[in-house]
Design a protein. Structure first.
Length: 459
């Protein structure tokens, strides 16, 4: 076997986000191939062999890479539309456009979404893709290919919808799948693309869209399919008061009770949003270790409300952060969600005690790893874990006068990313992608957005 090649990073502040929140004011990290070999205070040990690179990280904070737990990549080409709508009206306004996406559009949109996140410190991304118009091509393959080329660790939540306008749902009839078709396509995607091994770069989850866009049969059969295949489950839950009303009217119970009745609570499940949760809902999530993807900017954009994140954390619910689709969070960045999660939650019942800087950082790193079922591999800086980490530059005008680096990162302006490593491979240098041409992606996404708008207008 070839000897491990080592990268040594020194003279940096380090926030490990381990179980003890260990931090080093000045320390080092040694990467050996795709793993973290060692880290600690001061300089790296003398006599390390096969050191192929040394990084002087003076003025930087090193953290685990950020982990995005909820997104809709295709929405990159429908940003800036329906900007003054609540969720249901927003969906009604945009579904006719989304129903006309194709493989080329989806690939370009995935590139745009991934590029924006990666250059801002995301090392693990996910995409909940649930719109599969008839004859639109291999959309799952296009998304997975974009993530592979970008060099980002990735989970595709293969979504589905089978409740269209004719069934009282919101999407057009030609934009949904049949029950059997959705289950078969989802199973095929898992078998073709899911990697269950340690260090996997691509994983797949089973992800019917939401209670108001899928049938009870698809929810129940989807849960059974995921557990038969040994993969995780994802959906939207308790996002708005309208959704809660819908569940009571159609199912005679609230969203959480409905999820439990269909097999959708458990440590292999995570839900997006979970804004409208009462005490018993939070207790059910805690009891079953069901995870939550908290999307503060999107929740504010659509006026959905403030999720009870402090109460969830106190109860033991796993919580990570999500960008959500960029039609409801046009920035498309996860590092800004650290700040927004902290600030928005302080508008809630707990006020200034809701979240602090280190809790916010944990949501965006280790919390995300828990939610994606990968806490043994990523989410904290510890020997043996995968080398997914970010160097944040904190010695410029924007942050230099803030003494505490974690406070600077979370409370301050969006910090520049000097370097981002995924699986030991550097994918960002000085805020620019090393694995893709950002300018070419910008041109492509603009062209595809215009093409989609023209097709929709003609329809």
């Amino acid at each position: 076997m070839a000897a491990a090649q080592r990268i040594v990073i020194e003279n940096c502040s380090i926030a490990t986000v381990d179980a003890n929140d260990t931090e080093y004011a000045t320390g080092h990290i040694v990467i050996a191939d795709n793993r973290i070999e060692s880290l600690g205070a001061g300089k790296a040990p003398e006599g390390l062999e096969n050191v192929v690179r040394r990084v002087d990280a003076t003025g930087h904070l090193v953290t685990p890479g950020l982990i995005n737990t909820h997104h809709h990549f295709y929405q990159w080409i429908t940003r800036g539309l329906a900007t003054d709508h609540n969720l249901f009206n927003w969906l009604v306004a945009l579904y006719p456009t989304w129903a006309r996406i194709d493989e080329q559009m989806v690939h370009s949109a995935a590139q745009g979404s991934l590029a924006m996140m990666a250059r801002g410190g995301v090392t693990t991304a996910m995409d909940h893709h649930y719109v599969f118009p008839q004859g639109s091509g291999d959309l799952s393959g296009a998304i997975i290919g974009a993530a592979r080329d970008m060099g980002v660790r990735f989970t595709l939540a293969r979504g589905s919808m089978d409740r269209s306008e004719k069934d009282g749902g919101l999407p057009p009839d030609f934009a949904v799948e049949t029950l059997d078709g959705a289950l078969a396509a989802t199973e095929d995607t898992v078998k073709q693309h899911h990697d269950a091994s340690f260090g996997a770069m691509t994983q797949v989850a089973v992800a019917p869209c939401s209670p108001f866009s899928v049938s009870t049969e698809l929810m129940r059969d989807g849960a059974e399919l995921a557990r038969r295949l040994g993969v995780r489950l994802h959906t939207h839950g308790s996002e708005t008061v309208e959704e809660e009303k819908f569940c009571h009217e159609l199912f005679g119970m609230g969203p959480t009770d409905y999820f439990e009745s269909t097999g959708w609570l458990g440590e292999d499940v995570w839900m997006a949003h979970c804004v409208h949760m009462n005490d018993s809902d939070i207790a059910a999530f805690a009891r079953t270790r069901t995870g939550v993807a908290h999307c503060p900017s999107s929740n504010a954009r659509l006026a959905a409300g403030i999720a009870r994140v402090p109460d969830m954390l106190a109860a033991g619910v796993p919580v990570g952060l999500g960008v959500d689709g960029t039609a409801s969070n046009e920035s498309g960045e996860l590092h800004t969600e650290l700040r927004n999660a902290l600030l928005i939650n302080r508008l809630g019942a707990h006020k200034e005690a809701a979240l602090n800087a280190r809790q916010a950082l944990r949501l965006g790193t280790y919390g995300g790893a828990q939610v994606l079922g990968r806490a043994a591999e990523i989410g904290s800086l510890e020997p043996g874990k995968l080398a997914d980490l970010v160097l944040w530059k904190l010695d410029t005008l924007a942050h230099a006068s803030i003494a505490d680096p974690v406070t600077a990162l979370v409370f301050g302006a969006a910090a520049p990313v000097t370097a981002s490593f995924v699986n030991g491979r550097q994918i960002v240098a000085d805020g620019r992608l090393l694995t893709a041409d950002e300018d070419a992606i910008a041109r492509s996404t603009r062209a595809e957005a215009q093409r989609l708008a023209q097709i929709s207008a003609q329809a």
